[in-house]
Design a binder for this molecule. Structure first.
Ligand SMILES: [Zn+2]
Length: 130
């Protein structure tokens, strides 16, 4: 895709701090890390959203993610590594990996509780959309 920043990184038109590359995938440091080792993994082929990627692409990407998760955990002595898929910023499917530490206080999202009967309605919305 012509205007896509990540496609330009794949083509080498924009530099990146590369952490992994094979014929199908590329990984590089994010420019706005939330913790040490925060990187992105992308398929080299442009696809905007995770749900539009092929099963082969997803399987391959998650194999790369496992390899990089182990490296981040070891390299930064992290308690665990978080994997997130967001994707609003750049419309080229990408996975975030970053080191996490127990009680690090990142992402204390407010949580709500379901009201009586609400959970079953939500389950229906999901399962009836398959
Ligand atoms: Zn792209």
């Amino acid at each position: 895709m012509e205007s896509c920043v990540f496609c330009k990184i794949v083509k080498g038109e924009i530099p990146c701090d590369k952490t992994y590359e094979d014929k199908d995938f590329l990984s590089f440091l994010t420019i706005e890390p939330v913790s040490d080792g925060h990187l992105l993994i992308i398929p080299k082929e442009h696809v905007a959203w995770m749900q539009d990627a092929s099963d082969e692409t997803l399987a391959g990407l998650f194999k790369v993610a496992k390899k990089l998760m182990r490296a981040i955990k070891k390299g930064f002595k992290a308690d665990y590594v978080q994997l997130s898929v967001a994707g609003e910023e750049v419309p080229h499917f990408h996975v975030h990996l970053f080191s996490r530490y127990l009680n690090d206080g990142l992402f204390n999202f407010p949580h709500k509780k379901y009201k009586e009967g609400e959970a079953s309605k939500i389950v229906k919305k999901i399962t009836q959309a398959f």
